[in-house]
Write a protein that binds this ligand. Structure first.
Ligand SMILES: *Cc1c(COP(=O)(O)O)cnc(C)c1O
Length: 509
């Protein structure tokens, strides 16, 4: 290339804004967010400010309730759906799915034992959790145990915790010190607190009560923060020493691998696919909601490594889980999914490990977080660094100089007001994770108090997120006059944030 052209292309390559690595192939029109405030206020009140009950089609803005199952599928995935094989037993998608598991996660995940399945398909992630903990609790005899068995984690997701507790096991979160300090410089705040885990496993009495250790990648409950490969390996060493199996809650395995690939020392020359295999070499099994990094709208799985600490300790697990699957999900070779769903999942798993896709996805979420901080002129307003899938607005920081206290549920107030503005976010804080015991509110321990904006994959453009950031800034500037919340129903219920109803406190004149 001539030198003038080389000079020019060097500058062209440095323009700060990257193109999206895709084009829109189909769009759905929405109304504009700046209309119908009256109607949305009426609807929000009618559904008791419960964000799950607000009709989605009435949301013209960003629907960031979750990034789960809200993915826009690619044209390649849609084309695969048309090729779905709807045979009852052992459809084409089942074999392709099992092959893809080996391709994505590594050769140790192959099913060589002809009599025992190792890849269990479920209709979504929590169904896999339900099966795992139900069968495990039965094998452990947990119902008759004097003291409950403990499942430690770097951060259990709410349904994981609920499924653990529903089977009379105890879920324990060992958040990293960096997360508890909310250190804005720590790259891997999702890590497990190794010191706390070691203390637990070094104590023979406690250790006997730990049948399984979990790592959630990325750490959804802990601000969507990534977990380092070094931490995963250290947890593995600690658990293996005591013959305790390690499982991953692998919903965002590709996003987590992107963080390792870009920020962990020695990983920069690796591909995402390589990093994924390094991570999965360390565990005995994993469960996954394919509604996240499977890039599909429905699907989940639980996979166990045939030669592992887990199968060594629980040799009857696989047949027990197969029985459970038949009872609730149908034949194990389709596990509650249509044959076409499996084809879409296989294609999604191929796409999700592309570095360009992940870079676009994760930096989009980061730009959104930066935009909120900039427009509100408060760098502490969102958890930093921003995690992979969502921006977590710090409610303690948002309302710190106002008269609203925990009892006024300012997080719920914010999500209610955002509904009226045409956007949907979700409170994950003192209401969702706290509980009410005999009329007394018990906040989550360790404390978390966020409103989460989870960004669906391939669905929104920066402009949409910027419009939401502007809306949040308007509410932030008005924070001193925002109303608190009264709970009108469900304060004492289990999993109460899904079911409660609220209203704005009457304004004091
Ligand atoms: C979504 C999610 C689950 C549960 O999966 P579903 O498909 O929603 O049932 C479990 N763990 C984590 C970390 C999740 O994000």
């Amino acid at each position: 290339m001539e030198s003038w052209l080389r000079n020019l292309t060097r500058r062209l390559a440095q323009t700060p804004t990257l193109n999206r690595p895709y084009r829109n192939a189909a769009v759905s029109f929405r109304r504009c967010a700046r209309t119908d405030f009256d109607e949305r206020a009426r609807l929000a009140r009618a559904c008791g400010l419960n964000v799950f009950l607000f009709p989605a089609e009435e949301l013209p803005g960003c629907d960031l309730l979750t990034d789960s199952g809200t993915t826009t599928m690619t044209m390649s995935q849609w084309s695969q759906l048309l090729l779905g094989d709807e045979s009852y037993g052992s459809n084409e998608g089942y074999f392709e799915f099992k092959d893809q598991i080996v391709e994505t996660f590594g050769p140790e995940w192959e099913n060589r034992d002809r009599l025992n399945e190792n890849t269990f398909i479920f209709h979504q992630g929590r169904a896999a959790e339900h099966g795992l903990f139900k069968v495990l609790a039965r094998l452990l005899g947990a119902a008759g145990a004097r003291e409950p068995f403990i499942i430690p984690s770097n951060g259990h997701f709410d349904t994981t915790q609920a499924n653990i507790e529903d089977n009379r096991l105890e879920a324990r979160n060992l958040f990293s010190p960096a997360l508890r300090r909310n250190d804005p410089k720590a790259e891997f705040k999702g890590d497990m607190d190794l010191r706390a885990l070691k203390a637990m496993l070094d104590d023979p009495k406690l250790r006997r009560r730990v049948p399984l250790v979990y790592l959630t990648i990325t750490n959804n409950t802990g601000g969507g923060q990534p977990v380092s490969l070094a931490n995963i390996r250290a947890v593995r060493r600690l658990t293996a020493r005591h013959d305790i199996p390690l499982f991953l809650d692998a919903c965002r395995f590709a996003e987590n691998a992107w963080f390792i690939r870009h920020f962990e020392s020695g990983m920069q020359s690796r591909s995402i696919a390589d990093v994924v295999r390094l991570v999965f070499a360390e565990c005995d099994g994993f469960h996954i909601s394919l509604k996240k990094d499977g890039l599909v709208n429905i699907g989940g799985a639980l996979v166990v490594k045939e030669k592992s600490i887990f199968t060594g300790r629980y040799p009857k697990f696989q047949s027990g889980l197969t029985d459970h699957q038949i009872l609730v999900e149908g034949h194990p070779t389709y596990g509650g999914l249509a044959g076409r769903d499996l084809k879409g999942i296989v294609e999604g798993l191929k796409t999700v490990v592309h570095d360009e896709f992940l870079t676009h996805r994760i930096t989009q979420v980061q730009r959104f977080g930066e935009r909120i901080k900039e427009l509100c002129a408060n760098p502490k307003l969102v958890m930093s660094p921003v995690g992979g899938s969502a921006v977590y607005i710090d409610i303690d920081e948002f309302f710190k100089d106002t008269r609203l206290r925990d009892a006024d549920l300012p997080g719920i107030s914010l999500t209610g007001l955002l509904l009226i503005a045409g956007h949907r976010l979700c409170e994950l804080g003192v209401y969702a994770f706290g509980r009410n015991q005999d009329g007394v509110e018990i906040p989550p321990d360790p404390r978390v108090n966020f409103v989460r904006a989870a960004v669906p994959r391939l669905a929104y453009e920066d402009q949409d997120l910027s419009a939401l950031a502007e809306t949040i800034a308007v509410l932030y500037r008005a924070r001193g006059s925002l109303p608190g919340i009264q709970v009108t129903h469900g304060r004492e219920l289990h999993l109460r944030h899904f079911k409660s109803r609220f209203r704005f406190q009457p304004r004091v004149a």
